[in-house]
Ligand binder design. Structure first.
Ligand SMILES: [Zn+2]
Ligand SMILES: [Zn+2]
Length: 246
């Protein structure tokens, strides 16, 4: 077993609310400096920069994970992570069908940029990405799982777009195997209030929209990585996130 320090909720410059310098190379460079091992890219309602991100992560000696922060019709944020990029891409294409066509206000929110491995802008997304999709919570989770995603509610300890603040509870359905916290501070309080999350895996992610918010090497998951390969580590990570008891 080895310790893997992680941050599984990071936005790139494809998210309008993220800084323009959240490029794949800058994110991975900072993650490396922070001592992280596994990083996931989770832009709003798209996996558009994930292929580049995974390649750049590999160059930096990191294990990159493709993901998306999906906004449900109820305005709840859920994180969808994919062991295999191809599934993320197919899911991202599917989600397009459920996104509202509404132009991005560049002056207000900034550009939404698709990047290549050298941090060049290869395209700009015109539609404002973070808006609520027309997918209800149950439907969104079922759809993501049909693409083999592991899905967990994002930052349940935050008011904005957290499942608890919006629904007033953690619902019985859908059943999540993992819960995301933004901070370790109130985890015990949430476990007291919602005992059913006690036996679930939990992760503490930064939701970084700027470089200095990316997690330091504080939170780790212990994974059995013998015989070592990055694919095995990624696989074990998904087993942990899907599996439960921690
Ligand atoms: Zn969020
Ligand atoms: Zn986020």
């Amino acid at each position: 077993m080895s310790k893997y320090y992680y941050d599984l909720h990071i936005h790139s410059c494809l998210s309008p609310c993220a800084d323009d310098d959240m490029t794949p190379n800058n994110i991975c460079g900072m993650a490396m400096l922070q001592g992280l091992n596994i990083v996931a890219l989770t832009d709003h309602n798209t996996c558009g920069n994930c292929e580049t991100f995974i390649k750049v992560a590999k160059k930096h000696g990191l294990i990159g994970v493709a993901g998306m922060e999906l906004t449900t019709a109820e305005d709840i944020h859920i994180i969808c992570l994919f062991e295999h990029f191809e599934k993320a891409k197919a899911f991202s294409d599917e989600v397009q069908k459920y996104r509202l066509s509404f132009p991005n206000n560049v002056k207000l929110y900034g550009q939404q940029m698709y990047m290549d491995e050298e941090d060049n802008v290869v395209a700009v997304e015109e539609n404002f990405l973070p808006l609520a999709t027309s997918l209800g919570l149950d439907e969104a989770v079922a759809l993501a799982r049909s693409f083999d995603a592991v899905v967990y509610p994002a930052h349940i300890d935050r008011m904005a777009n957290g499942i608890v603040s919006i629904l007033g509870t953690i619902p019985e359905s859908p059943d999540f195997s993992c819960i995301e916290f933004n901070s370790s501070e109130d985890i015990e309080k949430y476990k007291n209030d919602y005992p059913k999350i006690c036996d679930k895996a939990s992760v503490i992610n930064s939701d970084a929209h700027n470089l200095w918010s990316i997690n330091e090497a504080e939170n780790y998951i212990e994974l059995d990585d013998e015989p070592y390969s990055s694919d095995l580590v990624r696989h074990r990570l998904f087993e942990y996130l899907k599996g439960g008891t921690k």
